[in-house]
Design a protein around this ligand. Structure first.
Ligand code: GDG
Length: 457
């Protein structure tokens, strides 16, 4: 049996994987993390220079091999080209996109450094699965070193429309590099269509009817494999959490009011300023609901070294003050806003308590919060998911109340519709959504992707 080698920018600390904060990629990949698997990438630590000798740690039958990033590489590769150029552009926010040729040069160097450090660990029949936008050039660097293994890549964020992708000065070089892979996976049909359109527009190569592309004699297959969660495990966690003292304290604090919840990394793609504006519009347009609703927004800090993220935090602090200043009463605060990470167990209990899950990113690859919210509901009295049309999750969750997050009035209307929705309709929507979340699961994702990587798609 071939070994699976996972390559991602951040490799989780094995100690964290067992802890309460476990989340992110490790949850999505749980089924692929079978004994023998090697997980390679950045440790999350910084050094003077990027290190070339991976440090290997064995834990739970897996091998974690990590390198440290040099300070200058961290700034140019990680904060610069990855998060200052690719992240906003791929989320179709060109006005937030900066480009610096020197940062891109470092991005290439670091992608080569990843490949060079991984090379000595590879065996001839390993299946290599690379993750996300920070590592678009690793496969081509491995091929240049003579690696002929099957290599797959999964993009966790959206792929932009071709007209936006073309803005990127190294558009052609990055696409050609991606085509060194045998399989490239996306969350949605829309992302795959954008990618195939960009390959056509930028490289002049058309795709076959089954989405394969031939570039310099090498065939790449573009597939759609949406990521998911382990719904049953999350439901169980939410039920356990609902019995915890902290959840009971939360319920008591609501004093019978409906809870609306948002849980996001503090990132401008998540649409939090527009969401706060929509809540304010809701309070203004539907005075009958004032005092009967409490909105809890958990915003986990993220990329705090970047100016744009600091500016977002200030903007949200200001909006929170304005909403609470305008509408609070001595015994009611309309918006509870927390800018710290909350444990997964607590979040599961909050979701279950919440009458509305408000998930309104301006653009999102998938958005796992939407799926977690559905899995956490009590089927006898389920809450309503209000979901952005521009989250990848919307493609697979049509029974949610789908909204355009740029339309503040429409989001305010959806909050009202969710609050007044009869139990029967909430139940029928929930049954359908839960079925979809259970089917489009983490294990289905891993199985579909690894089958394609084996060449079985
Ligand atoms: C990228 C893509 C794609 C959030 N705050 C806290 C916390 N979380 C957890 C949530 C959820 C996860 O983090 C966030 O996942 P998302 O999918 O919503 O978003 P990104 O982090 O932007 O992930 C995204 C994903 O990759 C997978 O492909 O879906 O589109 O952008 O699990 O619950 N967890 C804890 N405390 C918090 O405060 N414990």
């Amino acid at each position: 049996m071939a070994r699976l080698v996972i390559v991602s920018n951040r490799v989780p600390d094995p100690a964290e994987l067992a802890g309460p904060r476990a989340g992110g990629l490790a949850v999505g990949l749980a089924d692929a993390l079978t004994p023998g698997t090697l997980w390679f990438g950045w440790s999350g630590s910084r050094a003077k220079q990027t290190t070339s000798e991976p440090v290997c740690v064995e834990s739970g039958g897996l091998t974690y091999a990590t390198i440290d990033l040099g300070d200058a590489d961290y700034r140019a590769f990680y904060l610069g080209f990855s998060n200052g150029t690719l992240w906003p552009l791929f989320h179709m926010m060109p006005s937030f996109t900066a480009f610096d040729r020197a940062e891109y040069a470092v991005y290439r160097v670091v992608n080569h450094a990843f490949a060079a450090a991984l090379l000595p660990l590879l065996r001839p029949d390993d299946l290599i699965w690379i993750h996300d936008y920070q590592l678009l050039g690793v496969a081509a660097a491995l091929r240049a070193q003579g690696v002929t293994n099957r290599i797959g890549f999964f993009l966790h964020i959206p792929f932009p429309a071709p007209a936006l992708y073309e803005i990127l000065p190294p558009a052609a070089e990055l696409l050609a590099g991606m085509l060194a892979q045998d399989v490239i996976g996306f969350h949605t049909e829309r992302d795959r269509a954008h990618f195939l359109g960009a390959v056509n527009a930028v490289l002049g190569i058309g795709a076959t009817a089954d989405s394969t592309i031939t570039h310099e004699g090498h065939v790449t297959q573009a597939i759609v494999t949406p990521i998911g969660i382990d719904a049953d495990a999350f439901t169980a966690q939410a039920i356990r959490a609902s019995r915890r003292v902290a959840t009971k304290r939360m319920i008591d604090s609501l004093a019978g009011r409906a809870l609306m919840i948002g849980v996001d990394r503090l990132d401008y793609t998540k649409g939090l300023p527009a969401r706060f504006d929509a809540y304010s519009r809701f309070l203004s347009n539907y005075p009958e609901h004032r005092r009967h609703i409490s909105f809890l927004q958990v915003a986990a800090p993220s990329r705090e070294e970047v100016d744009r993220y600091r500016a977002l935090r200030e903007e949200l602090d200001h909006k929170t003050g304005a909403i609470n200043g305008a509408y609070s009463d001595f015994d009611w605060v309309p918006l509870r806003y927390m800018t710290r990470t909350v444990s997964r167990a607590l979040i599961a209990g909050f979701y279950r308590t919440a009458r509305i899950g408000l998930v309104t990113p301006l653009r999102d690859g998938m958005n796992l919060v939407a799926k977690e919210y559905v899995a956490a509901q009590n089927p006898a009295d389920p809450g309503v998911l209000v979901l952005s049309r521009f989250a990848g999750a919307a493609a697979g969750l049509p029974e949610a109340l789908l909204v355009n997050p740029f339309d503040i009035d429409a989001v305010a209307e959806a909050i009202n519709a969710a609050l007044v929705m009869p139990l029967e309709e909430r139940q029928s929507r929930h049954v359908a959504l839960l079925g979809r979340v259970r089917a489009e699961s983490a294990s289905a994702y891993c199985q579909a992707f690894t089958a394609a990587l084996w060449g079985e798609h």
